[in-house]
Design a protein around this ligand. Sequence first.
Ligand SMILES: Nc1nc2c(ncn2[C@@H]2O[C@H](COP(=O)(O)OP(=O)(O)OP(=O)(O)O)[C@@H](O)[C@H]2O)c(=O)[nH]1
Ligand SMILES: [Mg+2]
Length: 402
Amino acid sequence: MDGYGNVLVIGSAGVGKSTLIEKVLGSSATQRSVRGHGRIAVYESLSIPFRVIDAGDIGGSCLARRAGSKAVKRWSKDNALDGNSDNDINVIWYCVEGKSRKLIRQQIADISRATSLWYSVPIIVVLTKSYSQLEREDNVQLVWDACSRRRRLRRNVRAVIPVVAETYQLSDTTFVSPEGIPQLIEATNEAMPEGIKAVGADIAAFTLKRRRAVARSIVAASTAAGIAVGAIPIPISDALILTPIETNEVNALATLYGIGKGSASKKLLTTVLEVGTVSTAARTAISALKAIPGLNIGASALNAVIAGSIVAGMGEGTIRIFERIYQGEHTIDDVEWAQKALESHLSREFVEKATGAIAKASGSEVSNVTGKEQRKALAKLLTKALLSGAMSAEDASGRKTK
Ligand SMILES: Nc1nc2c(ncn2[C@@H]2O[C@H](COP(=O)(O)OP(=O)(O)OP(=O)(O)O)[C@@H](O)[C@H]2O)c(=O)[nH]1
Ligand SMILES: [Mg+2]
């Protein structure tokens, strides 16, 4: 591909470079094997206007740095020999683990050295694994402070972005949602030289796709949480038991689609939540699901699957609403429209799909296993049935085994 910008990813072993790249480029990314220098990997995706080059751990020891920069140089040269003109590094993602302040301080000290070869290339500092929401702001400030003391970094560091590339599970029912990927794509495009920059509309279309993938992983994690809560043997008389999970789900989706915390959006969010918890639509959906005849699964599995369905249906309906607001087709003041849209989603299409999924759940793949295994199988089945469109298994599962 010609006319492409190149992003070089630098960071110590295990900071999360591969995970980050995978989530930015999506499952359609192809990895090009790089001639003669196995340690660097080059990723391309048709739907993103830049190449991503994973140089491995070149921030750490002097030796690693030398080997790494040599490999990147060789790549540039080979690329030029192949007749490609776009072999310059245009932007650097410097990855630092955002989990501990001590680590951040240490790794920031290395930025200068690790990037010295690319003297005037813009740098985006990515705080990977930024699981603690409370610390994100302080950590970003910490990085800016550290960079402001060095002239080259002051000039080159363009953005500091806390990222959670994939869902981080805290317990069966709580998790940290992915965050920061769309911001990273936008900031990267912003930092590209003028001739390479993608036009606004292209980037918007691309981040919309990435947002959708992130949204679905939020809903998938919420659904799994709903299943875990539903499996606890207390009767679900109404959907109230799911309120904390749905609140978390809706808030995470709102953040993802840039729906703020002001009073206007508060009304929208409250309304959306009411539809999913106390509304007639939610109750009717639950009774409809409970009334499916001839199910061959135990009471606790049935409760679990109903709870999961409601959370998944809510999530899918909410994504549709937030996407349309994000695209400017509606505003956050269109509360009545949102309410109707979600109610109609929960009452027709959803019940139909969920009924199919639940009937399937009484089949062997779910009823042959118990406990955690069963909950996992249920989560897989529900996200597959209830989240529309082309959601890849990777997007749905959140955690990928390596
Ligand atoms: N839940 C979660 N796990 C993450 C995230 N980022 C990284 N990890 C985990 O951290 C570990 C290391 O991540 P990698 O992406 O392999 O790190 P890397 O920088 O490519 O590591 P090397 O290739 O060895 O240098 C893996 O087990 C990842 O699953 C994240 O955002 N969320
Ligand atoms: Mg890796």
